[in-house]
Design a protein around this ligand. Structure first.
Ligand code: HEC
Length: 142
């Protein structure tokens, strides 16, 4: 009788331990999937030279300020447009790429309806491209 009870308790404890271990792993996996790629170490980055070429290909289909309508009223074809932001306000916090909505949206962090670029056949930016955008913002978004 006593042995059975001990075994039951031991089994319960083991099951609990396993459950906790598994959920800790899940949390880590989720955090890993949504991790922000590191900022590039490149210096002297400018919008026109380094960032606009990325936006031209991936974003201007929907965020072109020369067209009458832009998604979220966000124009990404000029530095002024990027700094102005969208209908809700700033998407770039100069000096703080990790808190900039634009960076979170291209890194696919947060609400999935803000993951960018969107649309048919849209391809997520590479870690290198996101790293460049981060470094450009951290260096003052010139
Ligand atoms: C196929 C069209 C399309 C493309 C391509 C696209 N966007 Fe968007 N974008 C949208 C739409 C639509 C919204 C408004 C989303 C909403 O209201 O949920 C939006 C909103 C945004 C926002 C505001 C969301 C927020 O988190 O505040 C940012 C920033 C943004 N886009 C950046 C980009 C960037 C950077 C690219 C290119 C890498 C890009 N978008 C490419 C359609 C697009």
């Amino acid at each position: 009788m006593k042995t059975t009870l001990k075994l039951t308790v031991a089994t319960l404890a083991a099951t609990l331990a396993l459950t906790f271990a598994a959920s800790a792993e899940d949390t880590n996996a989720a955090a890993g999937a949504a991790a922000l790629p590191p900022a590039s170490t490149k210096t002297g980055l400018t919008f026109d030279k380094d960032i606009k070429p990325i936006f031209d290909v991936a974003c201007l289909k929907c965020h072109d300020g020369t067209k009458p309508k832009q998604a979220a009223k966000l124009a990404l074809d000029t530095l002024a447009g990027v700094l102005k932001g969208d209908r809700d306000g700033k998407v770039v916090i100069v000096g703080n790429s990790a808190k900039s909505d634009l960076v979170l949206s291209v890194a696919h962090i947060g609400e999935d309806d803000t993951f960018m670029p969107k649309g048919k056949g849209a391809k997520k930016l590479t870690d290198e491209q996101i790293g460049l955008i981060r470094a450009w913002i951290d260096q003052g978004a010139k």
